[in-house]
Design a protein around this ligand. Structure first.
Ligand code: NAD
Length: 500
């Protein structure tokens, strides 16, 4: 059985796609011989079949990660860990077109967007490579005649479970801080999009990481994902995906070995436009906020609130702007929106559109499938949406915006905070006092002013309320992967207690 397949892409890129499990720097077949098909969401055709990790394979990968953690990785100086990450970042940039093309094929995102994802993923690894030798403890004075210090030690073997919306970028957000701080990793990709991480695994080996430091497996959530979250020898699990699955993972962690848990979950983020905002710019940011990545963004600005004096003007401008978004072939350089990732996601999103219609919201534009092949959905705007409608409360994760009016700051703060989520929010205004008051009062992990969906590797990202636990990116993410050890020396200062 071959563990690679030659694939030729519509843009002329031809490459060998690895299909196996990447464990101990080797390609291996799944122990039970299972495979699953990977579908091209633009054509609905099978691209290839990859090896499917089951519980036994998770266990093999954990053993490899444990041996590396106790062995070669423990004796690798922090600066050398950083060098490996920097080398991997360089290799990703050298292979940018290949990686972006694989991402477009597998996920359906436009090639221009995919190129940006790969560049950001490489940037993220480089950022954490820089941190590797800068994670220090502290000396803390208490009594004369004592020496006390803290050390930030790695947690151990980390299980990482990532989603399909930004396969390589989420991979880098997880792998970067974990490896920089001296942990080893067993990472499971999403079953919809396993391919780019497998291509990257070859680069991991080329970058020179010792065997077992980073193991990458393809598998199903309820099987391999569940095996990771309940594994007794995984010290920490990091997850990005739905809030429902986040709860399951936390429960499994609690019921197994109380492994540490960080979660980056869903959102239903408010994008608030005040009457004094530059409306043309607010329209651009609203478009970017909800339709970027086909609406498959955890921080998508899916609830758009416009102050009543400018509501009609905003809605007309927004509708005209959306008409310019180009849908279609992910490999066309000018495509803005490709297909949704899978048949299931397509059906879920279409189900929400039907719910919006039947609950009485007005379809301003879109609301239908686009074309006849592929999981394409027209960018859809619902106007006059009531707060209690399903489309205003639940995460749709597709190209569907809900718009409503508001009158006052107090009203919009209450409405903005009126879902269980708290991932992101945005305010558009020229008044700094309005911007500061509203961002201070919104319960969201990221608040943007006069922009949307702008993330930076250097800035922490994560959720309030049911949108998550812990922060990714920035220095903050290092805390997810280190634990503090306190060491206390008695240099005579505590001897007065002896014999008391
Ligand atoms: P999901 O949460 O089911 O899947 C995300 C990851 O979790 C995948 O790797 C999957 O294999 C794994 N997983 C699934 N069930 C698991 C389990 N029981 N134990 C351990 N791991 C498990 O997401 P989905 O079903 O693919 O998408 C559904 C919804 O999730 C979307 O509509 C969206 O709301 C949300 N979502 C959010 C993000 C985000 O970035 N926050 C990303 C993807 C999906």
């Amino acid at each position: 059985m071959s563990l690679t397949q030659t694939i030729e892409l519509p843009n002329g890129v031809k490459y060998e796609q690895p299909l196996g499990l990447f464990i101990n720097n080797e390609w291996v077949a799944a122990t039970e011989g299972a495979t699953f098909e990977v579908i091209n969401p633009a054509t609905e055709k099978v691209i290839c079949s990859v090896q499917e990790a089951r519980e036994v394979d998770v266990d093999i990968a954990v053993k490899a990660a444990r041996a590396a953690f106790e062995g070669p990785w423990a004796s690798t100086p922090p600066s050398a860990r950083g060098k490996y990450l920097l080398k991997l970042a360089d290799l990703m940039e050298e292979n940018l077109l290949l990686l972006a093309s694989v991402e477009s094929l597998d996920n359906g995102k436009s090639i221009s967007l995919a190129k940006g994802d790969v560049a950001m993923a490489a940037g993220c690894l480089r950022y954490y490579g820089g941190w590797a030798d800068k994670v220090h403890g502290k000396v803390i004075d208490t009594m004369p005649g004592t020496l006390n210090y803290t050390k930030n030690e790695p947690i151990g073997v980390c299980g990482q479970i990532i989603p399909w919306n930004f396969p390589l970028l989420m991979w880098s957000w997880k792998v970067g801080p974990a490896l920089a701080t001296g942990n080893t990793v067993v990472l499971k990709t999403a079953e919809q999009t396993p391919l780019s991480a497998l291509v990257c695994a070859n680069l991991v080996k080329e970058a020179g990481f010792p065997a077992g430091v980073l193991n990458i497996i393809s598998g199903l959530g309820k099987v391999a994902g569940a095996a990771i979250s309940s594994h007794m020898d995984i010290d920490k699990v990091a997850f990005t995906g739905s809030t429902v699955v986040g709860r399951t993972i936390m429960k499994a962690a609690a019921e197994s070995n109380l492994k540490k848990v960080t979660l980056e979950l869903g959102g239903k983020s408010p994008n608030i436009v005040f009457k004094d905002a530059d409306l043309d710019k607010a329209v651009e940011w609203a478009n970017m906020g909800i339709f970027f990545n086909h609406g498959q963004t955890c921080c998508a600005g899916s609830r758009i609130y416009v102050q009543e004096e400018v509501y009609d003007t905003f809605v007309e401008k927004f509708k005209a702007r959306i008409a310019k978004n180009k849908l279609g072939d992910p490999f066309a350089e000018d495509t803005f929106q490709g297909p949704q990732v899978s048949a299931l996601q397509f059906q879920r999103v279409m189900g929400y559109i039907e719910a919006g219609k039947s609950e009485g919201a007005t379809v301003l534009t879109g609301g239908k499938r686009f074309g006849e092949t592929g999981y394409f959905i027209e960018p859809t705007i619902f106007a006059d949406v009531k707060m209690d409608m399903k489309i205003m409360q639940e995460e749709i994760f597709g190209p569907v915006a809900s718009i409503a009016k508001f009158k006052t700051i107090d009203e919009i703060v209450a409405v903005g905070n009126g879902t269980p989520y708290g991932l992101a929010a945005a305010v558009h205004t020229k008044d700094i006092k309005t911007a500061m008051e509203v961002t201070n009062r919104l319960k969201a992990g990221t608040c943007w002013v006069n922009m949307y969906n702008m993330l930076s590797t250097q800035l922490p990202f994560g959720g309030f309320k049911e949108s998550g636990i812990g922060r990714e990116l920035g220095k903050a993410a290092l805390a997810n992967y280190t634990q503090v050890k306190t060491v206390q020396f008695n240099l005579g200062g505590m001897d007065f207690l002896v014999g008391l």
